[in-house]
Ligand binder design. Structure first.
Ligand SMILES: Cc1cc2nc3c(=O)[nH]c(=O)nc-3n(C[C@H](O)[C@H](O)[C@H](O)COP(=O)(O)O)c2cc1C
Length: 376
């Protein structure tokens, strides 16, 4: 072991454990706001200023590893196509494109809500085949935009939503909140309160399947590929998992941003700390929400992504954190456990840890500008 390695791994272990809140997340927030303002920067032929803003709001949608797997073609000013960028798939942990399609669903939901606020009704049609093959044709959804009266939509919900992983209270969700979420997901929702056998089982499976992934070199390499540690890399890519997004705060956050190299993400010290973090997270919160689908076609996944996003946008108003933990559904062993423990025919699309928050933190994850994902 050379001296630099010793210093790096030893110090990494110490700072992850300490998590000293020395450097606030404030500078991370300013990185996001400095990079993202939603104002048209360059003219895109066929795209109006409203169209640009609508796509900016759409891009604030969550996605697995923040890979932002969407592209948009502007066919004419009122006819767009949303597609799945083959280079932004996660072929190891998401080999069937489930999460990519759920993320596109969330993108579409944001797009529809932002369009309504700007005076457009969106008519989406799924054009992909039932079984999606991005190597064959990555186009997914065709959109027609119809001019109408602007609706009174609260777009602040789109800019302020984020994934929250820490400081979730154990207090059970109230029936009022569960019912509101159930309505927003068209009844495709189950809530398993903390302390129930089902919730314990989900927490165990989240940890067990995360460990399985961390023992899989290909899955670790894929995670490393989407990890952006330094501010300069974040600015260059505007996607991926950042220290702030992973909620590595304080001195630990400073350390990973300034001292670690991308290759260290595949090292045992980083992996072990990641597992400790997941073990800690799985213990926290009010239990688990599961969003189920009607099937596994492209339409089913996009519908689930939209339902999820409607709920996630409302969660902030109710001071509820939502944390997708997808590893159980990604791994064959995890899927088997979940299938055995639910009634037959249940198709879980999302496993989400939930819990009330005292403070809903500002969003920190970055997005690519509209000009980077629009194809003319
Ligand atoms: C389909 C899907 C799957 C996700 N799976 C996970 C997951 O397994 N673990 C996790 O920590 N976050 C997960 N996320 C959250 C993303 O990492 C997060 O949305 C992304 O980093 C952008 O951050 P934001 O939601 O704060 O904007 C998932 C999100 C989506 C849409």
């Amino acid at each position: 072991m050379n001296r630099r390695y010793f210093l790096k791994t030893g110090a990494a272990a110490a700072v992850f454990l300490a998590g000293i809140p020395m450097l606030t997340t404030g500078c991370r927030n300013s990185l996001r706001s400095r990079l993202m303002n939603g104002q048209p920067s360059t003219e895109i032929p066929g795209l109006s200023a409203d169209g640009y803003r609508i796509l900016h709001y759409a891009s604030l949608a969550p996605s697995g590893h923040n890979s932002q797997p969407w592209f948009v073609k502007i066919n004419t000013p009122d006819h767009w196509t949303i597609g799945l960028d083959p280079d932004r798939r996660l072929p190891v942990v998401d080999k069937n494109n489930t999460e990519a399609l759920l993320s596109i669903g969330a993108f579409l939901e944001n797009l529809v809500q932002a369009a309504a606020a700007h005076g457009y009704r969106v008519h989406p049609t799924i054009i992909a085949k039932d079984r999606f093959d991005p190597d064959f044709n990555p186009d997914l959804v065709s959109l027609r935009l119809e001019k109408t009266q602007p609706e009174n939509m609260d777009l602040h919900r789109l800019t302020s939503r984020r994934t929250v992983k820490s400081h979730l209270s154990d207090r059970q969700l109230t029936p009022g909140d569960v019912n509101a979420f159930s309505r927003l997901t068209d009844g495709h929702l189950f809530y398993f309160a903390k302390g129930t056998t089902h919730a314990d089982h989900m927490a165990e499976q989240a940890v067990a399947n995360y460990i399985i992934q961390m023992e899989n070199t290909a899955a670790v390499k894929e995670m490393a590929k989407w990890t952006r540690l330094k501010d300069s890399t974040i600015k260059e890519h505007r996607d991926g998992l950042t220290p702030a997004g992973m909620e590595i705060q304080g001195f630990a956050g400073w350390y990973v941003r300034h001292v670690m190299d991308p290759v260290d993400v595949t090292g045992q010290a980083f992996i072990d700390k990641g597992i400790e973090k997941i073990q800690q997270q799985a213990k926290e919160g009010a239990g688990w929400l599961v969003i189920i689908g009607d099937g596994n076609t492209v339409s089913d996944m996009v519908a689930s992504g939209r339902r999820f996003q409607r709920m996630a946008l409302e969660a902030k108003n109710r001071m509820i954190a939502i944390h997708p933990m997808s590893q159980t559904l990604e791994e064959t062993r995890g899927q088997k456990h979940i299938t055995e423990n639910h009634s037959s025919g249940t198709i879980p699309h999302f496993m989400l840890r939930v819990g009330y928050l005292d403070k809903y933190p500002d969003p920190v994850s970055v997005r690519r500008p509209v000009t980077w994902f629009v194809k003319i």
